[in-house]
Design a binder for this molecule. Structure first.
Ligand SMILES: [Zn+2]
Length: 62
């Protein structure tokens, strides 16, 4: 079990947890309304947010 994405593509940033908690994002995983602990953000593109249980789903945006 990983605690998050194992790798990030060049130019991609992983949003810090502190900032996530402030913004209060919810997981985008279908049917999941948990607090999103991981943010996948490309420059100039909208970020996608997922909880730790949906890390694999988030990797599709890598
Ligand atoms: Zn989720």
């Amino acid at each position: 079990m990983s605690d998050g994405p194992s790798k990030l593509a060049d130019g991609m940033t992983l949003a810090p947890r502190e900032r996530v908690s402030v913004l209060g994002h919810l997981c985008e995983h279908k049917g999941c309304a948990k607090h999103a602990g991981f943010g996948f953000a490309w420059p100039r593109r909208d970020p996608h947010w997922f909880c730790s249980n949906a890390g694999d789903d988030g990797e599709q945006y890598l």
